[in-house]
Ligand binder design. Sequence first.
Ligand code: GTP
Ligand code: SPV
Ligand code: MN
Length: 608
Amino acid sequence: MTAMTVPGIDDAPVQNARLLSWVREVAELTTPDNVVWCDGSDAEWDRMTSRLVEAGTFVKLNEEKKPNSFYAASDPDDVARVEERTFICSVDEAGAGPTNNWMDPAEMKSIMTELYRGCMRGRTMYVIPFCMGPLDAEQPFLGVEITDSEYVVCSMKIMTRMGAPVLPLLDGPAGDRFVPALHSVGAPLEPGQQDVAWPCSDTKYITHFPETREIWSYGSGYGGNALLGKKCYALRIASAMAHDEGWLAEHMLILKLISPADEAYYVAAAFPSACGKTNLAMLQPTIPGWRAETVGDDIAWMRFGEDGRLYAVNPEFGFFGVAPGTNWKTNPNAMRTIEQGNSLFTNVALTDDGDVWWEGLEGDPQHLTSWTGQDWTPDSDFPAAHPNSRYTTPISQCPVVAPEWEDPQGVPISAILFGGRRKTTVPLVTEARDWQHGTFMGATMSSEKTAAAKGGLGQVRRDPMAMLPFLGYNVGDYFQHWVNVGKGADADKLPKIFYVNWFRRGEDGRFLWPGFGENSRVLKWCIERMEGTASATETAIGYVPTAEQMDLTELDTPIADVEAALAVDVEEWKAEIPLIEEWFEVVGDRLPTAMRDELEGLKLRLGL
Ligand code: GTP
Ligand code: SPV
Ligand code: MN
């Protein structure tokens, strides 16, 4: 048989044989009308955004307020990550561990192959070459996402380094390692059928094959379900790579703090989804003389450098930040970033003059179009923006981005913070005694569920290292990996570990700690602990400052509240122990003995 020339396949802009055969195979399976290779150019952005405006997916925002920016409202049922539809399809079930959904890879592939069959009918199939982390890395981390969503193409342009500059890398020495990431909204169009503004499917699968480093996603067009470079690659697949290769892929922000003495310190912090990473990453310190710069707000890849220190790289190119609560007071740097335009806003509300609004933003709008398309007034009994509404905006526009944010060597980390959203029990800040104790803090951290994932809002659950939804392998092996990373390193050069909680509440439900810019006071204490210039009080759970041991100059929070935020309540901690034991039961027989030892030590110190 003589094959005919298929545009986009036979005239592809790369030679990489594995990539070409995969693209051909997907096109044959999904039968799109066209195949288009994305080049990442501004012309492509203009073409794509115009198309989306025409289709009713995008609304162009007021050019004076948000230049070159667009608003999108998703299907009301496609608003967040779907954890119950997310699978780690390792060869052995034990490889996925007790915290992930698992299915045999062959079985999953046969189910999904049937879903993908013909699923791009009537649509264009886009091929997006992308790179996680700087293009000039010694070993660039390449991926190719195939998608039938223009919204995904536009988002990937902001969130990743993509398009033409990636092509030579795909044909270079790193080309073999590219991660194929297949995505479809799962909504084929019959001839003449009118498209909807946000195509998606009721059937959703977000699937990972860790051994073969593949990602298959079907049915959702939103965020972490569809922008496959982010959670699927840079966390789930990368965590499996990191486990094999001796590094760490973590759900962490990266922050640079500069002291009044002009000393720079890099801090990484793991907080669960919608628990304050973006806000801390763009911190505007309230204490005089201290400055902060942003390196990353969601993901950190950390590796040991030749000097024995742990270096972190942000693999992303954009911020996909929670909109509600963001304002000129809580996060002025995020406001300045989006004000420059070139951004997408999803599931926020639309003002009558073509700007965006969300709960917590300044202004007193009297009329809005809500994310569901309804008229909204201050009397409405529903929120104008979805609680998981987000802005997608380039990191390079952040006014406080650290000049070294694209350094392929990364930045040397001095401290790691773990933190959750807990109304009670967990003090504002606790310093770990050593790496293993810090690993225990991370392994047992817990948080109230947020709107970033569907279901269970407010429920307290263990979210180890903020990675519960993002681990590509067995959680017990992950803890052992953390323990091993510490054992293999020079203790003096390891980052110091702290456990923080910005969300402790008083009896009337108010936050005891003002948070946001005031968190710089906590960071200052952490740094001074590392420098040996701040004091602390030893408690059963670790080193905790008293109010006097922190710099609270000009803080206008009542001292009693700060004391309550810092309190170590032994009875509350005793009540926490059975919950930790229950969690360790879930982790099961791969729980490292080091973690059991830490738990026994804690019980003894609590007098249990
Ligand atoms: P993902 O992007 O989902 O991974 O989340 P994130 O960790 O980056 O969360 P983000 O910084 O966007 O914060 C989410 C919510 O927490 C927002 O509504 C913030 O206003 C709120 N928040 C952040 N920092 C603080 C704080 O220090 N105190 C209080 N009370 N709220 C905070
Ligand atoms: C999170 O949920 O942690 C996010 C948003 O950062 S998403 O990319 O949708 O996962
Ligand atoms: Mn996140």
